[in-house]
Design a protein around this ligand. Structure first.
Ligand code: AMP
Ligand code: ZN
Length: 137
């Protein structure tokens, strides 16, 4: 279902401008207006799904295939040394636009960006956490 007020649905409908790099049936991909690095692309389903958990498996498969193609192109076209795929799901994870999207961010050896900070597990904690997560899979 489309969402009348959603900014990415408006992009899909052509009501607001976007710099599209790919449009293939169920998926579009366009430049992020506030890129982490220039050439940062967002991959979205044309249908409105809020988070990864709402996206049907066949659609997420197409989105990942598109992201893979885009990453490959960023390496060729922008001479990117690498690329990150990212997806913020739910507000706590930093999601601001509630039309699910995959970020494809070109990365350069010299871009100065850091990896996420890392925490440590207490003794025995890792196995408890493993078991909790495994229970719901
Ligand atoms: P997220 O925090 O994962 O929800 O990211 C939303 C992303 O959408 C941000 O990186 C914004 O810069 C980007 N964004 C918001 N509005 C637009 C727009 N009209 N066109 C392109 N990118 C947008
Ligand atoms: Zn939408």
């Amino acid at each position: 279902m489309e969402n009348k007020d959603c900014i990415f649905c408006k992009i899909v409908r052509g009501e607001i401008p976007s710099s599209n790099v790919l449009d293939n049936g169920k998926i579009i991909a366009f430049l992020d207006v506030n890129p982490v690095n220039k050439g940062h692309v967002l991959v979205v389903a044309k249908e409105h799904y809020e988070t990864l958990l709402d996206i049907p498996d066949n659609i997420i498969k197409d989105m990942i295939i598109a992201a893979k193609k885009i990453g490959k192109s960023q390496r060729k076209a922008l001479k990117a040394d690498g690329f990150n795929l990212g997806m913020n799901n739910f507000a706590a994870a930093g999601q601001e636009v509630f039309h699910a999207h995959i970020h494809v961010i070109p990365r350069f050896e010299s871009d100065g960006l850091k990896h996420w900070p890392a925490k440590k597990y207490d003794e025995g904690e890792m196995d408890k956490v493993r078991e909790k997560i495994a229970t719901f899979l």
